[in-house]
Design a protein around this ligand. Structure first.
Ligand SMILES: C[S@@+](CC[C@H](N)C(=O)[O-])C[C@H]1O[C@@H](n2cnc3c(N)ncnc32)[C@H](O)[C@@H]1O
Length: 295
C-alpha cells in the first residue's frame, strides 16, 4: 500500500492519528540557502556545432530536457523543523525509530532540537554517509559526507534486525583468515556509499535524490515486512521505492509538484493513491504485480 500526499507536510501530519508508523525517515531541505536544481540534458553527435568534446575528440551538442528544482533556504530552519519533528515523535509507534538525514552545517542544531523532543537517551547513532565524488577544495578539507541521526522512541525497545545487515569486505582480508574474509563484516556507523550516479539507472533527475542502497539498509534493519513507513520530505520517493520492494506499507508527503510527477513515474508500478494531486496519464506507468519487482 502506497499513499502519496501533496502539500505542506505540517497540516497533513497533524491530521494523522497517534502512533501510526513503525519507521519514519526524512531528508529535509538542508538549508543551503540555494535553489536546489538539476537540469537534465541529452547529447547528440554534432561535429560542427558541438559544445562538448568526448572520447577520441568526437564533438557533441547539449540539449536541455528540463530543470527540476525546489527552494532550500529558510530564515529560521530550526523553527521550521521543530513542529514537524514533534509530529514525527507523536506519530511513531512505541517501538518505532526516527531517521533524519542532514548535512554538516545544520546537524548540530538539529541534534539539540531532537534531544529536546525525543530525550537524549533516545539518541542511538549518528551515521556518517561518506562518499567520494566531485571536485576537491584547495582552501579547506572537502566535505564529502552527510549525517544521519537515529532516534528510537523507546531506547530499550526498538527494531534492529541484525541478521538483515549486509556484509562489506574487510580492508585487510589477509589479517582475518579465509572464512571471515569470505563472509565480510558488518558496517560501522560510517557508511561508505557512492552518490546516485548522474548516468545510472537509479537516477530520477530530482535534485538531492538519495541512494537507494542507504535507504534500503535503514528499511531492512529498522523495520519488518508489513510495517508502516513515513517520509514527509519525500522528494523523488526513495523511501517508497525501498519500502515497497521490501514489502512495507509507505506514506509519502511533498509540497513540490515536480516531486509528485517524479514519484508517479518512479512508483506507479505500485498503483499509489494520490491525495491532493492528480498525475497525468503519461506520468503513470502500467502497474506491475509487486511480486515481479521483488516483493
Ligand atoms: C532534500 S529533498 C528530499 C529528497 C529525497 N530524500 C529523495 O531521495 O529524493 C527535500 C524535499 O522536501 C520537500 N519539502 C520542503 N518543504 C516541505 C514542506 N513544508 N512540506 C512538504 N515537503 C517539503 C521539497 O520539495 C523536497 O522535495
Amino acid at each position: 500500500m502506497l499513499d502519496i500526499h501533496f502539500g505542506d507536510n505540517l497540516p497533513i501530519l497533524r491530521s494523522m492519528p497517534d502512533e501510526a508508523f513503525d519507521l519514519i525517515s526524512v531528508d529535509p531541505p538542508f538549508n543551503t540557502g540555494k535553489v536546489q536544481a538539476r537540469t537534465r540534458i541529452k547529447t547528440i553527435r554534432d561535429e560542427r556545432g558541438g559544445d562538448r568534446v568526448g572520447y577520441q575528440g568526437k564533438r557533441y551538442r547539449t540539449i536541455k530536457l528540463g530543470t527540476q528544482s525546489f527552494e532550500d533556504a529558510f530564515d529560521d530552519f530550526v523553527a521550521f523543523l521543530q513542529p514537524r519533528l514533534a509530529e514525527a515523535h507523536r506519530l511513531l509507534k512505541p517501538n518505532g525509530s526516527f531517521f533524519l538525514h542532514i548535512d554538516y552545517r545544520e546537524v548540530h542544531y538539529v541534534k539539540v532540537l531532537l534531544d529536546q523532543i525525543f530525550g537524549r537517551a533516545s539518541f542511538l547513532n549518528e551515521i556518517i554517509w561518506a562518499y567520494d565524488y566531485g571536485g576537491r577544495s584547495r582552501t579547506r578539507w572537502s566535505a564529502k559526507h552527510d549525517n544521519i541521526l537515529w532516534y528510537a522512541k523507546d531506547p530499550d525497545h526498538y527494531t534492529f534486525n541484525y541478521e538483515e545487515i549486509d556484509r562489506i569486505p574487510y580492508m585487510a582480508p589477509g589479517l582475518v583468515g579465509p572464512d571471515k574474509a569470505a563472509r565480510g563484516k558488518t558496517p560501522t556507523d560510517v557508511w561508505w556509499h557512492t552518490i546516485v550516479s548522474p548516468n545510472g539507472k537509479e537516477k530520477t533527475g530530482y535534485p538531492t535524490q538519495k541512494p537507494l542502497g542507504i535507504i534500503e539498509r535503514i528499511v531492512k534493519v529498522h523495520s519488518r515486512r508489513g510495517d508502516r513507513l513515513l517520509d514527509f520530505f519525500a522528494g523523488s520517493g526513495t523511501l517508497g521505492d525501498a519500502g515497497l520492494r521490501l514489502g512495507r506499507e509507505v506514506v509519502l508527503i511533498d509540497n513540490n509538484e515536480e516531486a509528485m510527477r517524479v514519484m508517479a513515474r518512479r512508483l506507479g508500478f505500485a498503483q499509489p493513491r494520490f491525495h491532493g494531486f492528480t498525475p497525468e496519464a503519461k506520468d503513470m506507468p502500467e502497474p506491475t504485480l509487486l511480486d515481479s519487482v521483488g516483493c
